[in-house]
Design a protein around this ligand. Structure first.
Ligand code: NI
Length: 158
């Protein structure tokens, strides 16, 4: 495993839509392992492949329950609403208020390319939706209500 360089805002790779994964090759397995290691190293709760310069639909998340992978994720259902502070490893040192659904159900594939339905609420839902946005070339800064703020040391970044 190896750490990958996290791309930051201004890098065009963050604004491009990703391609679906057809097969989990050894190269993709390595990418997933590296993404998890890179996420932990940066103290993030989520990371999407374009953040390490790879335009493929792969996301890793760990909101404190252990890591999971979402390959080719598709949102099946959302409900409710939450407004809270959000940050991003690709927008270092900043955060902002974002309103998102409080619940999400996603159909994705795991690292063995088996279909899985994953549900989340609160921080997990926020992280899942934030990372899925990355796969479409969208950054949370375009959803921020008001101004971006300087981040306080304890806040999670996704
Ligand atoms: Ni992000």
């Amino acid at each position: 495993m190896a750490l990958r360089t996290i791309r930051v805002i201004g890098d065009e790779v963050l604004l491009k839509p990703c391609k679906p994964v057809k097969e989990v090759t050894p190269r993709i397995k390595t990418l997933i392992e590296d993404m998890i290691e890179t996420m932990y190293d940066a103290d993030g709760v989520g990371l999407a492949a374009p953040q390490v310069g790879v335009l493929k639909k792969i996301v890793v998340i760990d909101v404190g329950e252990g890591p999971f992978v979402m390959i080719n994720p598709r949102v099946l259902e959302t409900s409710g609403e939450q407004t809270g502070t959000e940050g991003c490893l690709s927008v270092p040192g900043k955060c902002g208020m974002v309103t998102r659904p409080n619940y999400v159900k996603v159909l994705a594939y795991n690292e063995d390319m088996e279909p899985v339905e994953i549900e989340g609420t609160e921080l997990k839902a926020r992280a899942m939706l934030h990372e899925i946005d990355h796969l479409e070339g969208k950054l949370y800064v375009d959803r921020v209500e008001g101004e971006l703020q300087d981040v306080k040391p304890s806040e999670e970044e996704v």
